[in-house]
Every structure is written in C-alpha cells, then in structure tokens.
Design a protein around this ligand. Sequence first.
Ligand SMILES: Cc1cc2nc3c(=O)[nH]c(=O)nc-3n(C[C@H](O)[C@H](O)[C@H](O)COP(=O)(O)O)c2cc1C
Length: 353
Amino acid sequence: MVSESFRCFTCHVCSMPARQGWEYHEEGQMSLTDTTTRAVDRLSVPLIVAPMTGVSGVNLVAAACRAGVVGSFPTHNAGSPVELDDWLHRIAAARPPAGQWGLVAPNLVVHRSNPRLDDDVEVLARHRVELVIASVGSPASIVEPLHAAGTQVLADVASLRHVDRALEAGADGLVLLGAGAGGQTGWANPFAFVRAVRERFAGPIVLAGGIGDGWALHAARVLGADLGYLGTRFIASAESLASDAYRSALVSATMDDVHLTAGAGGLPASLLEGSPSSSGGGFSQAGLLAAGEVWSAGHCVSGVHRVEPAAEIISRVEREYLSAVAASDNVAWPDLRRRGRITPPHSRSPSAG
Ligand SMILES: Cc1cc2nc3c(=O)[nH]c(=O)nc-3n(C[C@H](O)[C@H](O)[C@H](O)COP(=O)(O)O)c2cc1C
C-alpha cells in the first residue's frame, strides 16, 4: 500500500507511487523534458535558490548544491570572465566526493548593454554547465552556443509576449516572474500567469515571486509549475554576500515595508522602505551594477525571521513541502469522497497499490 504522502499528489485520485511527489500520473501533466527530468530527479526538493545581484556567490551556490537543490548566481557577481571561471572551479571543488549534489545554474543578463555577454557564454560553455538562466531580454543569442555545449537554457519572462519570444528563440524552459518578487519584479498574478502559460507550453516552468516556504512551493506545483524560484528567503542566509545591515533590515521587515519602485537598474523593483534606489529610465547593465547595494526584498520577506545557514532553510522548506503535500491530501480526499469521485485508499485491496 502506498503511503499518503508518497502517492501521486497532482490528482489525489490515482494510486501511483511517487517519490516525494515527483511523479505524475497524467501524460503531459509532468511537463519536464527528459533531460531536465533527469537533472531535477536528483534534487531533494524542487527548488532553485535564485540568482541575486550582490547576494549570490560561491558559498551560497555551493551550499544550495550540497543541500541537493539548484544554486544560481548572476555571472556579473564575479568581477570578470576570468573570475567567473575561477568561481566555477571553486563551486565544482565544493562538491563532496559522494552524496547529494544539486545543480549549478549561472544567470546571464542577456540585455544588449551587457558588454561581457559573449565572454561569459564562452566560459559557461567551456565548463559545460547543465543549466543557464537568461534574464532581461531574449535568449536568442545564447541558445545556440549553449546548446552546442549541452547546456539547457531557461528564460526569465514577465508577460505572454516574453513567453512567445523566449520560445521562438529556442529556450528549453521558462522562469515566470510574478508580482511581488524581490529584485526586478514581474507584475502578473501568479495564478493567472502559470495557467495562461500552461495553455501554450508543456515544457519546464519555474515560478518566481512570493514563494518563501514549502507550503507556497507546493501551491506552485499544484498550479502547474515544476520548480519554485526562491530569492528573498536566501538573502539573510549565512552564506549570502549581503551586508549585515541589509540582512538585519530584512529580518525585521514585513511585506508592508516592500515598495514597488523604478529603482535598481531602471526597471520596476521591490525595495525595502529606506533603501537607496536609482531612478527609472530603462535598463542598462552599467546602471544595475552602479546601483550598489539596494535593499531589495519580495513580499515573502514576512517569513524571514533570522539569519541562518542555507542548508537549514532548505531542509525546513523540504519539511514544509512534504507537510503541505500530506495536508493537501487531507483536504482533497474528503472533498472528492463527498462528491463520489473516488474510492478512499484505505478501502482498496492492498494489491490495488
Ligand atoms: C537582491 C536581489 C537581487 C536580484 N538580482 C537578480 C539578478 O541579478 N538576476 C536575475 O535574474 N534576478 C535577480 N533577482 C530576482 C531573483 O532571481 C528572483 O526572481 C526573485 O528573488 C524571486 O522572488 P522572491 O524574492 O519573492 O523569492 C534579484 C532579486 C533580489 C531580491
């Protein structure tokens, strides 16, 4: 007999065994491509520690990978392509000889104002990284060289127009930037956004914005996303590059302190009350880097209560995620039973699985 929390959780009806909710029963519902499925199959929880300017460095990425999830960082956090090469070597060296190791997913700003783009692509291709996340623009120029190196490309998108553009450019998957995200935020409601994208795309979807714990992560998966993108939750991690002042501001802030501004590189951004910010006027890579440390956080900042190691955050998210999977069964089974739609698992014969 399959245990409650390890049954297929997408439908709550079938009895297909699932490892931590990773398997789906319906054709097309589990949308990951084969390659990505193989890659995420080894994750401890379906989570990407999102790339953050001035926050994500070698230690945070290595901690994320050691905890069995995806660790990302913007390549511009390394001061030059040479330093990027060094960072990738140091991250690889942090891999334990045995045991779990997630996935390294560098983030490239693909905007035309990024003078390092070609050089950084060359470094990433040389290291044959498995996954790259493209942001602020079309991934068209990076897809071919990265595919040739065996790298999959996810593209940040904030609208359906962006989705079409990214898919036409050959992106393998999408990061849906929803409202209330930290950094340069999206504006779309995540419920509407995921469902609208699922109507046109069956490939890998990552949902970004407002996911601060395992409950929200499970909700994202129920909606139809494959992975959750968590940024704000990790700014106050012990391994982040954020200053102590920024981390303290984050710990004492709530979502009421988050304001939508045109700061941080000229695009709409979520900043904490009192943060320094730059004016609007359009994105430029130089403007982003010149902005220095802006205190950015998303709506899920309300759930950040202390500075702690990334591994502890990830293991708590994993526990919450599994609790949420089990709790949604508790909601769904009685509801479906009332409607006469299912036979509860305990009334099945053991051989029914
Ligand atoms: C301080 C900060 C810096 C960020 N820098 C980047 C960046 O360089 N590149 C990028 O693609 N996204 C960046 N983001 C956005 C995150 O990758 C992610 O989309 C966002 O944090 C998810 O929402 P959440 O903060 O609600 O978890 C940044 C976010 C924050 C909070």
